[in-house]
Design a protein around this ligand. Structure first.
Ligand code: MN
Ligand code: MN
Length: 500
């Protein structure tokens, strides 16, 4: 018996909408879970996924990807690689795995919601594969990460981090909860697929994979590629959905969902990929700067994609072009100086050669962020390690949960964007973070940043209370990844040189 070709049966097989006989439509697709935006179900049935795959073919290709990734790993005796890896790469692996493993695994829940509650049969089909993808991404990454546990307890955080109240984790969890875990299936699909997967995962998986291959970390590179090919497939859920919304009078809603989710994810990727690419990747293996990747893949490619779908560029697009060259440099300083609040060993990555690269990629870096590092270097040189750690806590944005920062040096123009509501003041790092809050204050105002919690008594008064609250035993508090040796490249202290 010959098998039918997929194109001969696919459309018929996915026609799985029927009229329920035992329950009402509303009971089967309750609107808090299945927001149809007032668009008739026949229109939703027109959802046509650009990438069609049968279950048989899906399983075959996923198995091939797993075999490739796991066999490269087995062949390369990865533990030796880790022992010899630089503190740069170790910091990057720790940051990636502890931020990404559980986020991927939790994504399965968002896709399962799309599978169950979408009104589009084609989307339910794709989301089923998406659910399986995300389970695999959680599992394969935690498996690869855990191999290092015997060398370094920091990898415990690949699993543990999501369950803690560490401030960086609060920031990431708040953003992902907002776009992926607390909205109906339609909105989640637009926000997760357009605002995260189609726009940003390339940064963390294609760009990082290229850097990993250059560093000789081939098993990490192969694994990252196997993940991104899945993301690129299931992210395509977003496009037909946005098209249906735009063509049926719901452009404004679609536009707003993309603007919220894209901004929230940009803040997260700016810290994760920005620091990963421009600081943690060893200099000799860097492919491109964050700014270059963002200009090509996000400002360029993603911008063209959303315009082609009938949306406008987000209102903050010009500000974004500025933010891609600035925000993560300030965050890197914050991450290094508040290093004890991280579970990994952060590195400064501002040796003279690295600074030359930063200055080339971000003209003016030395006169701005470099000036902050000059002070840190001077203090380390004098043995004043305590002075490299600020005493006051930072101001934390009540939306993104990251530090409110500005451009250091002569271009300093930090602005505290704020909203006064319910007898308190909410602080924001930027106009877009504030704008998101003001769209739905009731949704966001109950969240308390780590700093709010320190002042409202949730966290005890001692520094140890603070670390205990964040799940960090004394051994789990970050220290300089190079034990301050990175300043050896500075022959003469900058200020001493000026005084001579
Ligand atoms: Mn994934
Ligand atoms: Mn995904």
């Amino acid at each position: 018996m010959t098998l039918l070709k997929m194109e001969d049966w696919y459309d018929l097989a996915r026609e799985t909408n029927w009229t329920p006989g035992y329950v009402s439509e509303e009971a089967l697709y309750p609107s808090p879970m299945s927001n149809d935006y007032g668009i008739p179900v026949e229109t939703w049935e027109g959802f046509d996924e650009p990438y069609k795959v049968s279950y048989r073919d899906y399983v075959r290709s996923q198995r091939d990807k797993d075999v490739a990734a796991y066999s490269v790993k087995a062949a390369l005796a990865r533990s030796d690689f880790f022992k010899n890896a630089s503190p740069h790469w170790k910091a990057l692996l720790a940051l990636h795995f502890s931020g990404v493993c559980w986020a991927e695994f939790h994504s399965a829940s968002a896709f399962a919601r799309m599978t169950r509650f979408s009104r589009c049969p084609g989307m339910r089909n794709m989301a089923t594969f998406g659910t399986l993808d995300e389970i695999r991404h959680g599992q394969i990454q935690i498996y690869f990460a855990y191999e290092f546990l015997k060398h370094d307890a920091v990898f415990d955080w690949c699993h543990k981090s999501s369950k803690t109240e560490n401030w960086i984790i609060i920031s990431l969890r708040h953003a992902l909860d907002d776009i992926a875990h607390t909205r109906d299936a339609t909105s989640t699909a637009v926000m997760l697929n357009m605002g995260l997967e189609q726009s940003f995962t390339n940064l963390q998986f294609v760009a990082l994979s290229a850097d990993a291959a250059k560093c000789g970390d081939h098993s990490f590179a192969t694994m990252l590629q196997s993940i991104q090919t899945d993301e690129a497939r299931h992210a395509q859920i977003g496009e037909p959905l946005v098209r249906i919304l735009c063509e049926n009078g719901r452009k404004q809603e679609a536009q707003q969902m993309v603007e919220i989710s894209f901004w929230r994810m940009w803040k997260q990727f700016s810290a994760l990929s920005g620091i990963g690419m421009d600081y943690y990747t060893p200099l000799e293996h860097r492919e491109c700067s964050l700014k270059e990747f963002m200009e090509e893949w996000v400002i360029g490619q993603f911008g063209r994609t959303i315009e082609a779908l009938g949306l406008d560029l987000p209102w903050y697009w010009e500000f974004l072009k500025h933010d891609i060259a600035t925000f993560h440099h300030a965050q890197q300083i914050g991450i290094y100086v508040y290093r004890a609040t991280q579970w990994w060993r952060p590195i400064a990555s501002v040796s003279p050669a690295e600074r030359a690269w930063l200055e080339e990629k971000y003209p003016g870096w030395n006169d701005t962020y470099g000036k902050c590092w000059d002070v840190i270097i001077e203090n380390i040189r004098n043995g004043d390690y305590d002075k490299t750690v600020p005493v006051p806590p930072p101001l934390i944005c009540n939306m993104c949960g990251l530090e409110v920062s500005g451009i250091a040096g002569g271009e300093w123009q930090a602005v505290d964007h704020f909203v006064d509501l319910d007898e308190r003041r909410f602080h924001f790092c930027s106009e877009p973070c504030k704008w998101i809050f003001e769209l739905e204050p009731a949704r966001y105002k109950g969240h308390r940043s780590i700093i709010d919690r320190a002042f409202d008594g949730t966290i005890g008064p001692d520094m140890d209370d603070f670390y205990t609250y964040m799940g960090q035993s004394p051994e789990e508090r970050g220290v300089c990844g190079y034990d301050y040796q990175w300043i050896d490249g500075y022959e003469t202290p900058p200020t001493a040189a000026a005084a001579e």
